[in-house]
Structure formats: C-alpha cells, structure tokens
Design a protein around this ligand. Structure first.
Ligand code: PLP
Length: 426
C-alpha cells in the first residue's frame, strides 16, 4: 500500500472520509478508557495478595530488633540485603525508604539544593546561580516536576536506541552550572530503551566540569522484563568505580510495580560517601520507615530469585497487552508512514511518534472519543514537546479487548490527523 503522503488527492480525501466515519462510530460507542498512567492492573496486584495474608503478629523481631518500634533508620538488615542483591551492591550501600522511590529522589535533589551533595568546597546548588539538569527526552514527567519545583532548569538531550545522545551529554557537562542528569537506564519511560554497555561506559567515564555533579539513576524497571531474561544493563556503580566516579551516581529502585504501588518498599543505593550524606540528612527527617512492611516483603520475596520468579508472572499478564497494542499499530499504521514506534522488551510504556505537529490533534481526537492518554507534551520538561510528536501509551491497566479498541481508536485518530495535515496543503 502507498504511504498516506504519497496518496493522490482523491484517494486521500476518500481515506479521510472513511476514517471520519469510523471515528464517529467510536464516539457513538460512548467509550471511557484510561491509558494515561503506568498503573498495574488488578490481576497484577493479586499476584502479591499473599503479602497481605502473612501473619506479622508473631514476627516482631528482625536481626536488629523489634520492627514495630522506632529505630533502624537505614532499614532492617534483611531488607537491605534483599535490595543490595537487586541493585548489585553491598548491604551497607543501600538505604531502605518508604513506599516511593520518587520521594527518595525528591528528597535527594532537595538536599542537594539546600545543603549540596556533600562535596567539600561546593556551595549548595540553591546558592549557586542558574543550576541546570540534563533531561533525557522524552522522559518521565514526575522527574521533570522535581526539578521544575526546585528551580532547576532542564536542558533536553534526546534519547537514541542506545540511551541518551552521549555526544550532546559530553558537550553539556563542560558547563559547570550543569549539575546533574535524570536517567531511567532500563526500559526507559516512555521509550523502553535500555542503555547500551557503551553508553553506560561513557556515562561512567565522564568528568563533568561541576565537581558536585550527580546522576539520578532511576532503575524503576530493573526487573520488569517482558521477554525471557530481558535486557542486560551494566551495574553503573561498578563501572563508575573503575574511573573513581562512583560518587557521581545515585541509584533508586522500588517494589511499586513488583508488589504494590501504594504499599511497597523503596531504596536508594550509592557510594559510601553518598550513603553517609543521605543518612546525615534523613536522621533529621524521620526516625524510621515502615519496618513491618520491609520484613513482610523479605518474607514474601526472600531473595532476588524470588523477585525474578514473581516478575515472570507479571510479564505473563503484561505481554499480551503490549502485543495487542503493538499488533494494532503494526496493522493499522505501518503502511501509512504517518507514525513510528519502538517495540519495548520491558517496562510499562509504548512510545508512539506521529508526524511533527500532530500529536496534540491526536490527543484531542482521542479525548473526544473517550480515550484518556498521557497529556501530550508531558513527556518533555515544562510539558512542551518541541516537535508535538510524542505520545506515551500505557497498556498495563485495561484488559486486552479494551486495549484493542483503544489502539484502533488511536490509529484512527493518527490517520485523521495525518490526512488533515496533508489536505491542508493540497
Ligand atoms: C521511571 C519511574 N520512576 C519512578 C516511578 C515512581 O516510582 P515509585 O512508585 O517508587 O515512587 C515511576 C512510576 O511510574 C516511573 O515510571
């Protein structure tokens, strides 16, 4: 079939009319579908139901004392060992947090703004002028939100199939006001890209002009493989240590999409100096996080093998959902040449790129027909996609039949927007 842009005007008009008629069908169906956020579906949550059945009443004691009481700021030893395995570090290099890694990230960046990351001779970021962060785009809106809220300017660096465009990163870090970078190194949100070994090596090797430079290494999707053993991501702290740069990276993880997003366990891992500096702030912030939940998670998962086996069950639920959407995109959009997308091998999202200037129109059409997608623009700092081209699809929550309808509707909207664009030029 000819690409939409190569269709003769008459054929283009015919296609447009046919898609409008199809669109009317979707509108009159009165749909109400939400694909805005990467929320696990009830069947996924059910996989961890037994966590709630564990009778904690006889299980008060962890290796360091009574989990019901105050104390053990850095987390119970058993839980530190579990997350140490997950992060590939020693237990002393992990601190267990509350239910959200985003909160740990916010707290860390906020600490750097008010006190600095603990590098001797460097003023807190908040006392330095025009502090900037590198935002790998498209990216995670809540990461951008942290920087926007704390007054850190964001500079876009595009993602490639290998990770961030490293030539651009290496150029930007020559500027001493560039203090850090936000990364989702495995199955990035939303593109599903895993950083290649070469990218990780280049990141580890870089010597930024700012001595107080920090990379927020948000490994939110470290065990979220859809296929087999999944993508390989080198351990950033090990690679960085080869260059003496382990202080430049702070690693964040959580069980939000392993157990429960509202009641999981989070952790931060890093070098000895960074762990000291974080605990030095945390001691003013909290006496201890929820150690009963930490112990409950240890009893349920036991070790990394337990987590890996559990994630295979998540993958069995998620894989058909991703394949439903991807199959529809393949069938309906490949021939049109009006969009392209990446087939992720893990994570929570599919990133769709439509013709430059038409993503907002697609979003508007979807909304009118009852399909809520992530707000167009949200995958870029300040909510502004300079190309107006990226659409994040979150297929985890709806069931497969609903996803098929949603994906067909979205494809219909993409075709309408593409036709409109071309007809305006005829
Ligand atoms: C990249 C990324 N980091 C962090 C989070 C939030 O993690 P948490 O629930 O641990 O705060 C999400 C949630 O979608 C995410 O996509």
């Amino acid at each position: 079939m000819q690409r939409i842009q190569d269709l003769p005007a008459e054929e283009l008009k015919k296609l447009y009319d046919a898609e409008l008629a199809r669109y009317d069908g979707f509108v009159s169906a009165g749909l109400s579908i939400n694909m805005a956020r990467g929320t696990p579906c009830p069947e996924q949550l059910d996989l961890s139901e037994e966590l709630l059945d564990i009778d904690m009443s006889p299980l008060h004691q962890c290796e360091d004392g009574d989990v019901r009481n105050y104390g053990i700021l850095s987390g119970i030893p058993e839980c530190r060992r579990l997350f140490a395995e997950l992060c590939g570090v020693g237990p002393d290099n992990v601190i267990i947090g509350g239910c959200s890694s985003l909160q740990l990230m916010y707290d860390y960046v906020s600490q750097c703004v008010t006190k600095g990351p603990g590098v001797p001779g460097c003023a807190p970021w908040g006392e330095q002028n025009g502090v900037k962060f590198i935002a790998v785009v498209p990216g995670y809106d809540r990461h951008f939100g942290i920087c926007e809220y704390l007054g850190i300017e964001l500079v876009n660096v595009p993602i490639t199939p290998e990770g961030p465009d490293m030539d651009a990163v290496e150029e930007l870090i020559k500027d001493p006001s560039v203090k850090g970078m936000l990364c989702v190194p495995k199955y990035s949100n939303p593109d599903g890209v895993t950083y290649s070994a070469e990218t990780v090596e280049r990141l580890a090797k870089m010597t930024p002009a700012a001595p107080d430079f920090r990379v927020i290494w948000d490994n939110a999707y470290c065990v979220h493989d859809l296929y087999g053993d999944g993508d390989e991501l080198p351990n950033i702290l090990d690679v960085a240590a080869k260059y003496g740069h382990e202080d430049n990276f702070v690693v964040f993880v959580s069980t939000s999409k392993i157990s429960f997003p509202g009641a999981g366990v989070s952790a931060v891992a890093g070098s000895d100096a960074n762990i000291r500096s974080i605990l030095g702030r945390m001691k003013y912030q909290i006496i201890s996080y929820d150690k009963i939940n930490q112990l409950r998670h240890v009893i349920f998962f036991r070790n990394l093998d337990g987590i890996t086996a559990h994630m295979k069950r998540h993958a069995e639920i998620l894989r058909p959902k991703f394949e439903t959407v991807l199959g529809t995109l393949d069938r309906e959009l490949t021939w049109t040449g009006a969009a392209h997308w990446i087939k992720p091998r893990g994570g929570y999202f599919i990133s769709l790129y439509v013709d430059v200037g038409s993503a907002s129109r697609v979003g508007e059409l979807c909304k009118k027909a009852g399909l809520t997608i992530t707000r167009v623009g949200a995958t870029y700092p300040y909510g502004k996609d300079p190309d107006d081209a990226n659409i994040r699809i979150a297929p985890s929550y709806p069931d497969c039949d609903t996803l098929k309808t949603a994906a067909e509707l979205m494809c219909c909207c993409v075709r309408i927007a593409a036709c409109e664009e071309l007809l305006a030029r005829v």
